[in-house]
Design a protein around this ligand. Structure first.
Ligand code: LUZ
Ligand code: MOS
Length: 760
């Protein structure tokens, strides 16, 4: 089945927040945000701004009726600055005007008197000053100290990995409408309708049942709207509460880039110990997460870094420590992979380091340590591993030996172009690591004409979840997909939703849809049996009726006053985790896969192209290959962007320098891999996914890490004496510096260049 949204998307007919028709009397909002990263907020001068034609009102912290607080996990984040500012881009005041232009014009005229305080942007410095969001978290397996003593080889090093701008095509925004009796209806571009409802409730002081959150669809989220859609909705809601008028705020791109948090940059130290057979016996890692100025989701992100710090490998002795460090950057937040990719980059860096020292390809170490079924993760869960199967199937299917030989031949023949090959196994745990969040509900109505309306807690953000929900209902009922309509996500129809996040949305909500449909089908089957239909009473299992039979049965059920509606609740069985012991069974299952990356490097310019990505991916049994292959391709490109060209630059004053698309480069048509091959892993293992079709949202991003190490290998093919620091992204500038970097014992730039020319 095709993605049901495709026709409307390509015609430009899909409705996003900014497309909603506005009610008469709507006010337009614009935030005045802090120009200083850290300081005491002495005074806000609104005089000139208030004189701007069209300005109706300017709201600051002191006007709030409810609490000035939107922190989700920890209450450490004011909606509007009060007394202090903690990052450049922190909202200080909200201008309301009769037009968008007037609001923005007035915001420019606001002045804040701020006494500057010391600015920290580096997580290691924050940690040294004990600026921690939460106490450090640790994972431990076996006895690493003793195990290092038994290792033949031990290597220590450092790895750094930068953040990433979400760059959802649709920026953040909200539209709030006053309802009878003081309630508020909130239209929000959010992955988490209930989080918005909760935040609005807090800042307005209204109970949650007076707040309706409606989400049509998102033009992308990627985690950026899991928590950070809240402030804009909360600001609009406060404005609606105070003015009794509808209020809209749709952020401009540069406002969004400046004011919102991103993927967390991490700095890490690692120590890896191996025996003579390349078995990793012990691994130690210390992670410094750059959390930004408030907790946001950082503690949960930090946890997932630990969960994934050994990637797809079994290591019997592990000690991992993670610090969530408070800095004066916008609070960093969820981003596809949620801390997992950072943890995995570090172990891949450690393996690359060991490989270099042992003069062996990294793939030998990688393959020797892949998880096997029954192996224990550092968090106690036992693996049901597809890691080796993915590797072996890829090796057979793509002929790794031939790929290696082709790269060697190319590099022998070419001087100023070099190729690099790298393999990237992945393992990603599916479930929210906070067990309670693994629940969902679905509301299914069958109407008397036989058409079906489905509501769930799932938010459609381009990932195709509505298509999957439609498939589930159509398949259970045995009716054509176009008889099923998936409706918007609304907190009045579905309460207490978990965010559409953690790759778990289709599983959680799909299982709830399945349960609701089966309950209705059972009732319909009894009606059909009473009608004396063929097979009635003979088969206990519900049978799929043909269309006419379906409509007749539905109508008969209605006349017999039998319910044609169902509200179902699903909670993932068997997941649990105890942070006291840091052990448990946090994930319903894991997703595995293997990707081979080849890059070609232009050794004069430092530029590179990804020639191909060949992957064997563990879909379980994909229920929709169009949607799932799209997720793999998109995830790979986004991962490659993070690892290679997307470079967030904050200066020492905490100002985002890469604050526009002219300075922050994401992959374009020229930067995407020239070829992406996706082979489904052949497996017949049962899993807890909807229709056995494993979650596919986040895992493919992790493949992108392979691009980093393929480039690194190509750099070393040109300059054999360089050992590039593992410091992502590997921008062309960094590549160029490494290509001509001189080793202490080796010739300098000019000599390397001359030698290369002579070799030619
Ligand atoms: N969000 C969250 C997530 O709240 N908990 C998680 O475990 C998670 N994992 C991935 C992405 N978002
Ligand atoms: Mo996400 S990082 O699954 O919101």
């Amino acid at each position: 089945m095709k993605n049901t949204d495709a026709p409307a998307h390509v015609r430009g007919e899909s409705v996003y927040l900014d497309d909603l028709p506005l009610l008469q009397g709507t006010l337009f909002a614009c935030v005045y945000d802090s120009p200083v990263a850290h300081g005491v907020l002495n005074h806000i001068d609104l005089v000139e701004a208030l004189k701007t034609p069209g300005v109706v009102r300017i709201i600051t912290a002191k006007h709030l009726i409810g609490e000035n607080q939107i922190g989700g996990i920890i209450a450490d984040e004011p909606l509007l600055a009060d007394g202090h500012v903690h990052f450049q881009g922190m909202p200080i005041a909200l201008v309301l005007a009769e037009s968008d232009e007037a609001a923005r014009e007035a915001a420019k005229k606001i002045k804040a008197d701020i006494t500057p305080l010391e600015i920290i942007t580096d997580p290691r410095i924050a940690c040294a000053k004990n600026e921690l969001i939460i106490p450090p978290k640790r994972f431990r397996l076996g006895d690493p100290a003793a195990a290092f003593g038994r290792c033949d080889y031990v290597y220590e090093g450092r790895a750094d990995v930068n953040g990433q701008e979400h760059l959802y095509i649709e920026t953040q925004g909200a539209y709030t409408v006053p309802m009878e009796g003081g309630g508020i209806k909130v239209y929000s571009s959010t992955q988490a309708p209930t989080a918005v409802q909760r935040a609005v409730s807090k800042v307005t002081g209204l109970p949650m049942h007076r707040i309706e959150v409606e989400v049509g669809r998102l033009g992308g989220g990627f985690g950026g709207k899991e928590d950070q859609a809240n402030p804009w909705a909360a600001l609009c809601a406060v404005a609606t509460q105070l003015t009794k008028r509808p209020v809209k705020y749709s952020l401009h791109r540069m406002e969004d880039m400046r004011m919102t948090g991103k993927r967390h940059p991490y700095s890490a130290d690692y120590k890896i110990g191996l025996d003579k057979n390349f078995k990793i016996l012990a691994y130690e890692a210390v992670f410094y997460q750059n959390a930004g100025a408030a907790a946001d989701l950082s503690p949960a992100v930090l946890e997932r870094t630990l969960f994934h710090c050994t990637n797809a490998y079994f290591i019997p002795n592990v000690a991992a420590t993670a610090y969530s460090c408070r800095t004066n950057l916008p609070p960093n937040t969820a981003f596809r992979g949620f801390g997992g990719p950072q943890g995995m980059f570090v172990i891949e860096s450690a393996i690359a380091h060991a490989a270099e020292q042992l003069k062996a390809p990294a793939s030998i170490i990688q393959q020797a340590n892949l998880l096997k079924t029954g192996d224990e993760f550092p968090y106690g869960q036992k693996a049901e591993s597809e890691a080796e199967n993915s590797w072996l199937q890829a090796e057979r299917h793509f002929d790794f030996e031939k790929l290696r030989q082709e790269v060697e031949a190319f590099n022998a023949e070419n001087t100023f172009f070099k190729r690099g090959l790298a393999f990237m196994p992945i393992c990603f745990g599916i479930s929210f690591t906070k067990t309670a969040m693994n629940q969902a509900r679905a509301l299914v109505h069958v109407y008397t004409d036989g058409s079906v309306a489905v509501s769930t807690g799932a938010v459609e953000m381009g990932q195709g979840v509505n298509t999957k929900m439609q498939q589930v209902a159509a398949q259970i009922f045995g009716i054509p997909a176009d008889m099923v309509k998936i409706h918007t996500t609304n907190t009045l129809r579905i309460a207490n939703t978990s965010p559409s996040a953690a790759s778990a949305t289709a599983d959680l909500n799909g299982k709830a849809v399945e349960m609701a449909c089966r309950a209705i089908l059972e009732r319909l089957d009894r009606v059909r049996a009473g009608m004396g239909a063929v097979g009635a009473g003979a088969s206990p299992a519900p049978t799929a009726p043909d269309l006419q039979n379906w409509q007749t049965t539905v109508n008969a059920a209605y006349l017999q006053r039998i319910s044609l509606s169902e509200h179902a609740h699903y909670a993932t069985p068997s997941v649990h985790f105890d942070w006291e012991t840091a052990k448990g069974h946090p994930f319903a299952y894991h997703v595995y896969g293997l990707a081979a990356f080849q890059v070609t490097l232009d050794c004069l310019r430092g530029r590179y192209e990804v020639d191909f990505v060949k992957t064997v991916h563990d879909f379980g049994t994909s229920m929709n290959t169009a949607v799932d292959f799209g997720q793999i391709e998109g995830g790979i490109v986004q991962g490659v962007g993070w690892m290679t060209m997307e470079e967030l630059v904050y200066d020492a004053a905490g100002k985002l320098r890469s604050n526009a698309l002219s300075t922050y480069k994401i992959p374009d048509i020229y930067a995407v891999p020239k070829q992406i091959d996706i082979e489904p892993l052949v497996t017949d293992r049962e899993n807890l996914a909807i229709f056995n079709s494993k979650a596919v949202g986040e895992p493919p991003l992790l493949y992108g890490i392979g691009a980093y190490f393929a480039i690194r290998n190509a750099v070393q093919a040109f300059n054999g004496s360089v050992s590039p620091a593992c410091d992502a992204p590997f921008t062309p500038e960094k590549v160029l510096m490494n290509l001509y970097a001189a080793h202490e014992k080796e010739p300098g730039i000019v000599d390397v260049y001359r030698k290369a020319a002579e070799n030619r």
